[in-house]
Design a protein around this ligand. Structure first.
Ligand code: HEM
Length: 498
């Protein structure tokens, strides 16, 4: 096996050496990190936490964006807002880089991973699923699930809890109900296995990404990694498939029962049925009836929404709670803001949530410090000039949201929690690309408003019912390199009933 591996790596390096000489311009660029063979091997076998730290060290060393040469692959690593603006603000560089191909066995080419015409068509098709009227329906799901979360935390009053699995279960419940219209409780242990295997997949993906010789499907399979990945993915893919089947059966039954007038009415409000709550998947099922998408398409989008819609929000909730726990003054200010809006009524409306200015600033500041998606990646559609050097067409550009959010020139004392950074007058002083937790430009997050509403609902319920007390200290957190921001250790919190 070792002999095989050595041979493959050697052939790969000889083949890639040509690229090194092709990229003459970048090679002379002073901010270039070119780990030589020995250190490149060290990087390839770094642990998840070491790779996260390595990237932060590089951002620090170059005090901004830099070029990176790693096993024959050139990439441009963006750590500053002005460079991110050049890429994300352009209508040209909208294609995802090859890194996303690693997600194909899981998400195929759904909205997150597709490019070109397919992406345009799907984005148009799915945008109505986030219409204001529909968000109102999701709000009810968020309310029910947040109430359930509060009940469960009350039963653990004052005890130390690890918030990570609690947040993940909450967000998986909400996405299953709002995206797929089914309650997770009806699927036994499937949700738990799904969550566990998504974590394992992240680890396997990173190890493939760090070892470029594994990019070839042939080599990946030859060395036995594909089998391992297939085993991890099997229950994940089966989980969404079974949910789609359940919803599909209901969808067909419901449409048969409706009168032509009802069908017309439902179509006008994005296929919402009066008989049951709308789910994002209904948009896809309706599109299927119109011949705009096939079975495969429904599966890839459902997998995409289930994954993107729960793991990101779970990371966001985890770190929002941690920061609130460390800032009782912010908990109190949010509570006071809620009281102003609750005046004379029991529950908050979608308009109230949209008017919460202070809470909005707190959530953004939390996602600035702890962006749930720490990096994204693009493929340059044409040559790109940077600092007098040309990054050639086809180069992978990695945009490190984590480092962009820590640029001390834009966010002085970046680790300090200061929601006032998001006061309108302060936002006006900086680039629109300085805070990009939801990315920006044409390929920004389609679920941004959905996510903000979910976060505001759960935060308002938690702050109204509990005093949130920290156990984990911020400086004790070790982050791991993954698609989503995760801590190696549990994040421990106490919820004390008010
Ligand atoms: C706090 C929560 C969230 C954060 C921080 C977040 C962040 C992001 C980011 C940074 C991207 C760009 C990805 C890239 O360029 O590779 C993205 C794209 C996307 N997000 Fe989110 N997201 C969140 C919640 C959601 C939710 C709740 C959904 C679905 C219900 C969702 C669905 C998507 C999809 C489908 C894309 C791909 C959009 C496209 O390429 O057209 N996200 N998100």
């Amino acid at each position: 096996m070792f002999f095989y591996l050595f041979g493959i790596i050697f052939l790969y390096l000889v083949w890639k050496l040509k690229d090194y000489f092709d990229f003459k311009d970048v090679k002379n660029y002073s901010k270039t990190s070119t780990p030589l063979i020995k250190s490149a091997f060290n990087i390839a076998f770094l642990s998840q936490e070491e790779i996260f730290a390595y990237l932060r060290r590089n951002a620090d060393r170059f005090q901004g964006s830099y070029a990176h040469w790693f096993f024959g692959l050139w990439s441009f690593e963006i750590c500053r807002a002005k460079d991110a603006e050049q890429i994300l603000g352009s209508a040209k560089h909208i294609d995802k880089s090859n890194i996303y191909n690693l997600l194909h066995p899981f998400l195929k080419t759904g909205l997150l991973t597709s490019n070109g015409e397919k992406w345009h068509t799907r984005r148009r098709l799915l945008t109505p699923a986030f219409h204001f009227d529909i968000l109102k329906e999701y709000l009810e799901v968020f309310r029910e699930e947040s109430d359930r979360l509060v009940m469960s935390l009350k039963s653990m009053n004052g005890k130390e809890v690890d918030i990570v699995p609690i947040a993940t279960q909450f967000t998986l419940n909400t996405i299953c109900e709002s995206a797929m219209g089914v309650k997770l409780s009806g699927f036994g242990n499937d949700g738990i296995i799904y969550r566990k295997n998504i974590y394992q997949m992240g680890t396997l993906l990173l190890s493939r990404l760090l070892r470029p010789w594994l990019m070839s499907d042939f080599v990946y399979s030859l060395l036995g990694h594909k089998k391992q990945m297939d085993e991890v993915l099997k229950p994940v893919l089966a989980f969404t498939k079974s949910i789609i089947a359940t919803r599909k059966a209901n969808f067909t039954n419901t449409t048969i029962e409706e009168t032509p007038e009802e069908v017309e009415l439902n179509e006008n409000i994005y296929f919402r049925s009066k008989k049951r709550r709308y789910a994002m998947m209904d948009t896809l099922l309706q599109a299927e009836q119109q011949g705009l998408i096939d079975d495969e398409g429904i599966i890839e989008e459902t997998d995409t929404f289930t994954f993107e819609g729960h793991d990101t929000t779970s990371s966001a909730i985890t770190f929002i709670i941690l920061l609130l726990a460390h800032h009782p003054e912010a908990q109190e200010a949010i509570f006071n803001e809620i009281q102003e809006f609750l005046h004379m009524k029991d529950e908050l409306t979608i308009d109230d949530f949209n008017r919460f200015e202070y809470m909005d600033r707190v959530l953004k500041e939390c996602m600035r410090i702890y962006p749930p998606v720490p990096f994204i990646s693009r493929n340059l559609a044409e040559d790109y000039q940077h600092d007098g050097f040309v990054q050639p067409k086809g180069t992978t550009v990695n945009i490190h949201i984590f480092d962009i959010h820590r640029d001390p020139e834009i966010f002085p004392d970046p680790e300090k929690f200061d929601p006032d950074r998001f006061l309108p007058e302060n936002c006006a002083k900086r680039s629109n690309f300085a805070f990009i937790a939801f990315s920006a430009g044409m390929r920004n997050c389609i679920g941004q408003r959905f996510a903000m509403l979910e976060l505001k609902m759960v935060v308002s319920k938690l702050v109204s019912n509990f005093k949130i007390v920290p156990i984990t200290q911020r400086e004790d957190i070790t982050f791991v390199g993954d698609m989503i921001l995760r801590s190696r250790e549990p994040i421990r919190i106490k919820f004390i009933r008010k």
